[in-house]
Design a protein around this ligand. Structure first.
Ligand code: BEZ
Length: 212
């Protein structure tokens, strides 16, 4: 059964480039972004890992840990890290899970046999501190991910879990949000959105981002 939104993220024990981990314990009370990489020593993955290393502080600001998985062993990952650091001009600062038997890839459905039966696709799982899967994104191996988009999704999930809003198309932090349609009580609207709101339609109401 494929992992779906709202499911508990499958737990596992695995070797990583930073030692052996039990996944849920490693996440602790943080958020987590788990991302798969089709294979070690491949060009797009090399740029992705370097990009994430440079963005580590942005993930930390969001109380979020990042971990990568690739279907090679940790020894191979360690060799590859040398190339990542050299070519991407950064220090690797988060773990890569060794997954030579594809245990993690299978648990999370990261291998899509009609795309490739050996390499993983580029999956991203957003996992909350309760270990629930809150979002998933899937790209083909040939398309490197946009990690600003991944930070944006994290911002949206963290915002919408605390306020009765959702984020509209192309929303960026700081921009107006939409009020969830189920909220109609005028007193509650006033209390939750003291800056007011603009109703374009009864179901489409825009309000300034409530936590700013
Ligand atoms: C890459 O990371 O460059 C890559 C991996 C698998 C297929 C195509 C590209």
């Amino acid at each position: 059964m494929a992992v779906q939104l709202g499911d508990t993220a499958p737990d596992f024990e695995a070797d990583t480039t930073e030692g052996r981990i039990r996944f849920h314990q490693w996440i602790g009370d943080k958020w987590c972004v788990l991302m798969s990489h089709p294979k070690d020593f491949t060009p797009v993955c090399t740029t992705e890992l370097g990009t994430v290393a440079k963005l580590k502080q942005e993930f930390e600001k969001r109380n979020c840990k990042v971990i990568a998985v690739s279907v090679d062993d940790v020894q191979s990952h360690k060799g590859w890290i040398g190339d990542i650091e050299e070519t991407q001009k950064t220090k690797m600062n988060f773990p890569i899970i060794g997954d030579p038997d594809r245990k993690v890839a299978s648990l999370y459905g990261m291998i899509h046999p009609n795309a490739s039966d050996t390499l993983t696709v580029r999956s991203v799982f957003f996992i909350d501190p309760n270990k629930k899967v809150r979002a998933m994104i899937t790209y083909p191996a040939s398309t490197g991910r946009d990690f600003n988009e991944i930070l944006r999704v994290l911002d949206s999930i963290q915002l919408t879990e605390n306020y009765k809003v959702a984020t509209p198309a192309n929303w960026k932090p700081g921009e107006d949000c939409v009020i969830v349609p189920s909220l109609t009580d005028p007193e509650e609207l006033k209390r939750r959105f003291p800056k007011g709101y603009k109703a374009l339609k009864p179901y489409l109401r825009l309000t300034p981002q409530p936590n700013l």
